[in-house]
Design a protein around this ligand. Structure first.
Ligand code: ADP
Ligand code: MG
Length: 348
């Protein structure tokens, strides 16, 4: 699952590249795919701009690579492998060295020339052209990435109840609507991360339901399922479902999705506000607060529902913390929609 952007002018392609450039960290690698004239070099111009390079960026077609100094001893290597034949040796270009340099950022045009010799972590940019329109698909590839087609098998593994799955699908829908508007605004969003985190945020919700009653579930609860549920609830007694799912997915190697899921737990927005450091984390947290069961509602209604179900148990300290959670969530809503042409009420 990738985020696809449409640009109608070279300047917009550059702007999109710059937004990606601003997110790049040391060690990041960007591979660009697309025909001659697709706009790869324009995109790289943007990346360089986003990284603070002020030199004129030209395609290094004859040199294969141009290097630019960045702040803090870092550097940007811009490769253009157009003249390389498939299977040709890239070692003589210094490619392996700069790719392995932890202080470097590498950007490679004509990455298809590398065949399947791609590292395990990179950002893939595919540009397709049609007259003056370019569709630019951006995909974040990393070994610890959970693929969107894997979510169903985790539901099965954890025997996640059907109504929890329905809730999760609705949350995914809300998050996608918001993410799509950000993508239309040419903001860089990892849509796969949002999708998988939303789908699995309540994977282990069953474990911390206050009580369970067989007839409350829409599916037929077999004895085997009931027993499995009882075992899970016993094993994870007292642990919040966000932490159970997050620890589990981390143990499977899916760090990024695990962390986004951990942060859907409401109190975390008060206890560790600083951890909410990406658009993906904001969107997933917020989308969950807009869905009551499998219905899209406003924040007030969702909070009222939460209070009705848990309110009486709260100590004054918890009550105060909950007020703060509400306030932070409203602030987040404001922040999320500030830059968009739609409002919270337009999510349907
Ligand atoms: P590549 O490096 O993929 O060969 P370049 O970036 O050098 O491509 O060139 C792209 C060409 O397409 C330029 O002539 C540019 O003006 C033109 N162009 C037209 N529309 C766009 C667009 N939306 N984005 C990028 N380039 C565009
Ligand atoms: Mg080029």
């Amino acid at each position: 699952m990738r985020s696809t952007y449409y640009t109608q002018a070279p300047a917009v392609t550059i702007q999109l590249g710059a937004r990606l450039g601003r997110l790049l960290k040391e060690g990041d690698i960007v591979f660009l795919f697309g025909e001659l004239g697709a706009g790869k070099t324009h995109f790289v111009k943007g990346i360089a701009e986003g990284l603070g390079v002020t030199d004129l960026i030209k395609s290094p077609t004859y040199a294969y690579v141009n290097t630019y100094d960045l702040k803090k001893g870092r550097s940007l290597h811009h490769y253009d492998l157009y003249r390389l034949e498939p299977g040709d040796d890239v070692t003589s270009l210094g490619y392996e060295e700069t790719l392995a340099d932890p202080k470097a950022i590498n950007v490679v045009e004509w990455a298809d020339r590398l065949g399947d010799r791609l590292p395990s972590r990179y950002i893939r940019v595919d540009i397709l052209m049609e007259e003056d329109t370019r569709s630019i698909a951006i995909d974040f590839v990393y070994p610890t990435r959970l693929r969107d087609d894997m979510t169903q098998s985790y539901y099965e593994e954890w025997q996640t109840p059907l109504h929890v799955r329905a809730h999760s699908e609705k949350v995914t829908d809300v998050a996608r609507q918001i993410a799509e508007v950000y993508i239309q605004k040419n903001q860089i969003v990892d849509i796969n991360l949002i999708h998988t985190a939303c789908m699995l945020h309540d994977l282990c919700r069953l474990c911390d339901f206050r009580e369970i009653k067989k007839d409350r579930f829409q599916e037929g609860v077999t004895d085997a399922k009931w027993q499995k549920w009882a075992e899970l609830r016993k094993k994870y007694k007292g642990v919040h479902h966000a932490d159970i799912a997050s620890d589990f997915l981390k143990s499977c190697g899916f760090e990024e999705t695990a962390e986004v899921i951990r942060l859907h737990k409401s109190v975390n927005i008060v206890r560790e506000f600083k951890s909410y450091n990406s658009l993906e984390k904001w969107i997933v947290y917020y989308a969950d607060k807009r869905v009551k069961h499998a219905e899209i509602v406003n924040l007030a209604e969702r909070f009222r529902d939460g209070q009705a179900r848990h309110g009486i148990l709260n100590t004054p300290e918890q009550q105060a913390e909950f007020k703060e959670v509400e306030k932070r969530t409203y602030d987040l809503e404001k922040m999320l929609f500030e830059k968009l042409d739609i409002g919270p009420g337009d999510i349907i």
